[in-house]
Ligand binder design. Structure first.
Ligand SMILES: Cc1cc2nc3c(=O)[nH]c(=O)nc-3n(C[C@H](O)[C@H](O)[C@H](O)COP(=O)(O)O)c2cc1C
Length: 345
């Protein structure tokens, strides 16, 4: 059924298809009685899927990764689809339009996407306004925060701080995103000195806040051994609560798509199936280097129950999915949950 819907959606440019599908689903979820049927279709909870991490209770370990709901528009709908948590953002202090379109591309035979969105978002104030309106919140919400393109790199920590202060009452955890390849220089913030500046700024601010939210760091899959050692040291020596591994990759070496087609797309981060092994290698490296008890969220290339299980078996406590959801369709979460129930001890 989704294969037919997907072949129609795939006729439309990828970014438009995303909003068309989600807003249509939103309308269905608001029609009386139809919404009950939709909820029934996607519902599948089981106490064995319950995860307790970061001082939070997740009804299941499968989250929607950052970038899918950049402006916190679809939290209720993603809850209905069965996700255990939603990470909104990346949000920046000021609204920004991101890179010119087209900026999202499908690589169908690789079950992958290339994007150079460039943190298009409506800004932290708009996100707060939207989060304030949510009544009877039943799903865990993470706030993935970043810097505006116009902010110089040496002032980046102030952008993260602005987002942190504004969102603190409304999200359950924070993610410092320094790993997107589409904001010039952003990934250099993964180096020890600038990264520590951001982390200490937020940890100091957290001490002042009444609500002390967990703070995680999201890293790229393209880090060198030396950078990974630095990240591990930071995780071992600061009070960061967790790590998200990984963002998209700039490596395009293992793609089946024709080289000319890939070259024509231009710059961007690659996600989906081809990123799985890279993300999993980073998981392995981090698991062996980090000596403190932190929460690990595994993301990159999940497209079914088996790929979810691979991340959990490597030590991830929770997982996230983006590209696999685009290719696998709305029932993928339910399928993964059923697989986990039959395979988890
Ligand atoms: C279109 C698109 C936009 C994304 N935007 C963000 C973002 O704003 N912030 C972020 O941390 N990651 C972003 N990501 C990365 C995803 O959160 C995820 O880390 C990555 O896609 C790997 O997971 P996947 O293989 O399941 O897609 C984006 C990914 C895609 C495909």
């Amino acid at each position: 059924m989704y294969k037919i819907l997907r072949s129609i959606l795939f006729l439309i440019p990828a970014e438009s298809a995303h909003y068309l599908a989600m807003y249509t689903f939103k309308i269905f979820c608001r029609i009386p009685f139809v919404n009950l049927f939709v909820k029934f279709l996607f519902s599948f909870e089981n106490n064995n899927l319950f995860v307790s991490q970061l001082g939070l209770k997740f009804k299941n370990p499968i989250g929607i990764a950052a970038g899918f709901d950049k402006d916190a528009n679809f939290i209720k709908e993603l809850d209905i689809l069965g996700f255990g948590f939603v990470e909104v953002g990346t949000v920046t202090p000021l609204p920004q339009s991101g890179n010119p379109k087209p900026r999202l591309f499908r690589l169908k035979i690789d079950e992958a996407l290339i994007n150079r969105m460039g943190f298009n978002n409506q800004g932290a104030d708009q996100m707060v306004a939207r989060l304030k309106k949510i009544k009877n919140k039943e799903i865990i919400i993470g706030g993935n925060i970043g810097k505006n393109k116009i902010t110089p790199l040496n002032e980046a920590h102030l952008d993260y701080l602005k987002c942190f202060k504004k969102l603190n009452p409304y999200v359950d955890y924070f993610v410092i995103n320094v790993s997107s390849p589409n904001t010039p220089g952003l990934r250099s913030l993964q180096d020890k000195e600038p990264l520590l500046k951001i982390i200490h700024t937020l940890l100091d601010e957290r001490k002042q806040e009444e609500l002390k939210r967990p703070i995680l760091l999201k890293i790229a899959p393209d880090l060198t051994e030396e950078q990974l050692d630095d990240i591990a040291e930071i995780l071992n020596t600061t009070k960061l609560d967790g790590l998200i591994a990984t963002n998209t990759t700039i490596d395009r070496s293992k793609l089946k798509t024709h080289k000319a087609e890939i070259a024509a797309i231009g710059n961007g981060g690659l996600s989906g199936k081809p990123v799985e092994s890279k993300s999993n290698d980073i998981l392995d490296a981090i698991m062996s280097k980090v000596k403190r008890k932190i929460t690990i969220i595994g993301v990159g290339g999940i497209n079914d129950g088996a790929s979810t299980l691979r991340k959990l078996e490597k030590g991830a406590h929770l997982v996230q999915i983006y590209t696999g959801f685009i290719y696998g369709g709305p029932f993928i979460v339910k399928r993964i949950k059923k697989f986990l129930i039959s395979h988890l001890r």
